[in-house]
Design a binder for this molecule. Structure first.
Ligand code: B12
Ligand code: SF4
Length: 485
């Protein structure tokens, strides 16, 4: 079967610091890997990196003459995915359009209700389910295809679910991501213009109130073999010239032995000399020996939550992180010379202005090199969403506003919106407009852990962001391009 997979354009929604990163649609590359394994004819249109609007993406997708179009979407990109689906249908009504990803998967029926141009929703991990659907369709016809697990389909005025796809317990059996279908020379991050992402494990055992990952990928951790991950890094370097990897695993250091084995493999193969990498983890899951081993194996930055400096905030978020653990984690990273990125969350129910200042104070003491300041956002599939809906904290859903960096969605009444926006701007300015930040970034650039061009983009983005408060351009005043479903 001929299939086109599309990553919607969203870069205009990713503000400030994140804007310097354009990563590949790894989920679609995995889905494409499954389709190729089953001998289907697949292409990927990454409308995000190509800067294609919905009409342009649909035009490009249809040049492959597909029988099936698969879109991926997060919550804020759903409206763009919907607009692409509409453009596809307007040009060729016979093409089936399916949407997957964390948003649609969490609320498939609502997604089909909202967007008439979607024929179906792919639920959960789609590495093989779309391939199974296409094979069943070709071999046994549409009725058989409609029974393949992993989908919710529109059926006339009805909606039918085929249940969850079979789980992957052994990640070594998952087809490799089809990166050769992506424009690999177009992705970049603050550290490099030869950049890609890698997934080494799936799942998270934690229970943070705002996070969709445990529900989506499960609480039980599934790890790939360290040797296979090291080989993947080596392969992307050799085939695509990649010299910088972001592990997109949510909590990279849950298992110290696994990380040490991976580091051994990277060093044994000499990959650590060719590829630098970064990862996300928790400050209470790192220590000096582990971070030192990671640094020796090519790691240059660890990204760890700070989230909040208040007890009320910590209790609400259910992350289980203490202030002492956060400071210890950051101190350990500093001691071994790793760069750091931290995350702060504002608009936590019950947090007052004093609490926000405590958060800023903790961020200044932890002292990451980069800091992202976001608003707590009720994404579908999270415990927070359930509570927010029950308590009436959410108005009409404008999914495009669910980019947690510039819109406070939750209206729980602890802080008035204008005060919250002012505090958000102030926290960012106080962090970024410090001589210390400038010196650290300059040192990073000189040390070569960041490439001058992307780093310059980040500094510009950071400064623009930092002076927005004083100029009165506070969070919430931005209007990203909107596309109606
Ligand atoms: C890397 C990452 C980013 C990068 C993306 C860059 C890039 N292209 O790699 C950056 C930093 C830009 C980013 C930004 C954001 N992100 Co983000 N991000 C991630 C992260 C950590 C990894 C994504 C990934 O590669 N996963 C691995 C792949 C294999 O998984 P996948 O994409 O889900 O695909 C699988 C399935 O979903 C399914 N599937 C997906 N699409 C399709 C399509 C079809 C047709 C089929 C059949 C199947 C299918 O099959 C795939 C294979 O199993 C995830 C967390 C996570 N564990 O996934 C959060 C995550 C996706 N991000 C999230 C959020 C909230 C955001 C932001 C809104 C935050 C912000 N304001 O900055 C923005 C939104 C960006 C946007 N507009 O889409 C949430 C999404 C929640 C939601 N309901 O949308 C997640 C789940 C994190 C979380 N803790 O909840 N993110
Ligand atoms: S935020 Fe991180 S630690 Fe918390 S549940 Fe999500 S993936 Fe796990």
């Amino acid at each position: 079967m001929r299939v086109t997979l599309i990553n919607p354009y969203f870069q205009s929604q990713v503000h400030h610091i994140a804007q310097t990163t354009i990563g590949p649609p790894l989920g679609l590359a995995y889905v494409a890997g499954g389709l190729e394994e089953a001998d289907h004819d697949v292409v990927i249109v990454d409308a995000n990196v190509l800067g294609l609007d919905p009409a342009g993406a649909a035009e490009r997708a249809l040049t492959h003459d597909p029988d099936l179009v698969g879109l991926t979407a997060t919550t804020p990109t759903l409206p763009v995915a919907a607009a692409i689906a509409r453009e596809v249908k307007a040009r060729r009504a016979s093409v089936r359009v399916v949407v997957g990803g964390p948003h649609a998967s969490a609320i498939p029926r609502r997604t089909l209700d909202d967007v008439a141009s979607f024929d179906g929703v792919a639920v959960g991990e789609g590495d093989r389910s779309l391939a199974a659907w296409a094979t069943a369709f070709e071999r046994h016809g549409p009725a058989a295809a409609m029974r393949v697990p992993g989908f919710v389909w529109r059926d006339g005025d009805d909606v039918v679910s085929t249940g969850a796809p079979p789980p992957f317990t052994d990640l070594e059996t998952v087809p490799s991501p089809a990166r050769h279908l992506l424009p690999m020379d177009r992705y970049r991050t603050v550290d490099s213009d030869r950049f890609t992402t890698v997934l080494a494990m799936r799942g998270c055992p934690c229970s943070c109130v705002y996070c969709a990952v445990p529900e989506f990928f499960g609480r039980r951790m599934r790890y790939r073999a360290p040797a296979s991950v090291a080989m993947e890094l080596d392969a992307v370097h050799r085939r695509h010239g990649i010299d910088f990897i972001s592990f997109v695993d949510d909590t990279f250091t849950t298992k110290t032995r696994w990380v040490n084995e991976l580091c051994d493999e990277l060093i044994r193969r000499g990959v650590h000399r060719r590829v630098r990498w970064i990862c996300l983890t928790r400050a209470d899951m790192v220590d000096v020996p582990l971070l030192r081993r990671m640094r020796d194996a090519g790691c240059v930055r660890v990204e760890m939550s700070i989230e909040t400096g208040s007890d009320v905030g910590r209790a609400y978020l259910r992350k289980g992180l203490t202030e002492a653990a956060i400071l210890r984690g950051y101190a350990a990273a500093r001691e071994v010379g790793l760069s750091t990125m931290g995350f702060l969350i504002l608009n936590i129910p019950g947090e007052t202005e004093v609490d926000v200042r405590r958060s800023l104070d903790l961020a200044l003491r932890a002292d990451p090199d980069f800091l992202q300041v976001s608003f707590l956002t009720p994404y579908p599939g999270t415990p927070l969403r359930v509570e927010a809906e029950a308590k009436g904290w959410i108005g009409d859903d404008a999914w495009e506003d669910y980019s947690f960096l510039n819109h406070a969605i939750l209206r729980h009444g602890t802080l008035p919106p204008d005060r919250l926006a002012a505090l958000h701007a102030e926290v960012i300015s106080r962090f970024w407009l410090r001589p210390r930040t400038a010196i650290k970034l300059a040192r990073l650039a000189l040390r070569g852990t960041a490439h001058p061009r992307p780093l310059l983009r980040t500094i510009c983005a950071g400064l623009t962001h930092a002076i927005r408060g004083p100029l009165g351009l506070q969070a919430g005043s931005e209007q990203p391009a909107r596309a109606k479903p």
